[in-house]
Ligand binder design. Structure first.
Ligand code: GH3
Ligand code: MG
Ligand code: MG
Ligand code: MG
Length: 324
């Protein structure tokens, strides 16, 4: 089958007029496939390359103003065209250096190789095409891989966050609590929990509607979040209108002080709550518990203690902090 050939421009960098003539002769009759441009120095080659990007460069190794492979300097990846270096017999070790610099191939000059140059060039072009395709595939793979890493990060974040409030979800809380418990076992430092429940929130929803209830939960979450100081502190949405806070390395007094600060913060926000029987505004009840973790203790007992303290706060009138 006949396929239409596209013409390839060859930049021939050759200072020896005799060699240049031989090469031109070798390509005779193939003008439809090759268009040869001859220059006799590196300087002229660089000038040509500043304006053109030939399909391939065939460069003599020894030129009056440098070496053929110097075209690959300073960075071969800036050069768009592949370079084939021509060496004289005995120059092969230098040719290896050319390959290291990024030359596609080298040809030892002889009357045979000069004659065979069109086929040599054809083969080099096929190889170059193959290299370009491979590079493209590698780039695509890298792009896909980066996208995958991004997507995974996004997924992981989503899996750890409560969609309504944007704070950590219960799963995230359990994981972090488990980690902090183990860390506490080693450090022998206390681990504190604050369990929080919105007061009369069913009545809030009934009166203002579920959507307003959602907005209220969002506001509460962000107010609580901005009130936490230390980097290890963590706020999580534990259930419907319940939040949990982990305070690593915090003792009973410190925890009670943080909890009281949070209670006031919500009260001071003055979110109207007409159907609360204890206040004109939205309030929260808080239960705190502190424990020095140890392998002999059950971590659930700390959560249980915070829950018990919260229950006590509800029983004792709500909008208050109780400590176990
Ligand atoms: P208490 O002071 O004893 O805590 O009374 P309460 O009404 O807050 O307690 P209860 O547990 O009876 O009601 C909690 C209500 O919180 C039930 C539900 O209407 C509301 N709630 C739970 N999750 C959500 C939520 O995601 N969005 C909204 N808008 N409301 C929620
Ligand atoms: Mg020369
Ligand atoms: Mg509740
Ligand atoms: Mg409640």
């Amino acid at each position: 089958m006949m396929t239409k050939q596209t013409q390839t421009e060859i930049l021939l960098v050759e200072d020896d007029a005799g060699h240049a003539k031989l090469l031109r002769r070798a390509f005779r009759g193939q003008e439809d496939r090759f268009n040869i441009h001859i220059v006799n120095s590196l300087k002229a080659a660089r000038e040509f390359l500043a304006e053109n990007s030939p399909g391939i460069i065939l460069a003599d190794l020894v030129l009056p103003d440098g070496r053929g492979m110097d075209l690959l300097l300073p960075r071969s990846d800036e050069l768009q065209s592949p370079v084939v270096v021509m060496t004289s017999f005995g120059d092969e070790t230098v040719a290896v250096e050319a390959i290291k610099l990024g030359a596609l191939d080298y040809v030892v000059k002889s009357s045979d190789t000069m004659e065979a140059m069109p086929r040599i060039i054809q083969r080099a072009l096929r190889e170059w095409e193959h290299i370009l395709k491979q590079r493209q595939v590698e780039e695509q793979l890298k792009k896909l891989n980066d996208q995958l890493i991004d997507a995974n990060k996004k997924l992981e974040r989503l899996a750890n966050l409560d969609p309504l409030t944007g704070v950590a979800n219960r799963r995230n809380f359990m994981e972090t609590f488990d980690k902090e418990w183990k860390r506490g076992c080693r450090s022998k430092l206390p681990l504190a929990l604050i369990m929080i429940d919105v007061d009369f929130f069913k009545a809030y929803n009934d009166h203002y509607g579920h959507q307003a209830g959602d907005e209220c939960l969002k506001t509460i979450a962000s107010l609580l979040n901005e009130s936490l100081g230390r980097s290890g502190d963590m706020l999580a949405r534990y259930g419907g209108e319940e939040f949990m806070i982990i305070l690593p390395g915090t003792d009973i007094d410190g925890t009670a002080a943080v909890a009281e600060r949070l209670r006031r913060k919500i009260e001071a926000a003055e979110m109207p709550h007409l159907t609360s029987t204890i206040n004109d505004f939205v309030t929260i009840s808080l239960g705190t518990a502190t424990m020095v973790p140890s392998a002999r203790k059950n971590p659930d007992s700390l959560i249980g203690a915070a829950d018990e303290a919260l229950y006590k706060a509800k029983r004792n009138g709500r909008n208050r902090v109780e400590v176990i």
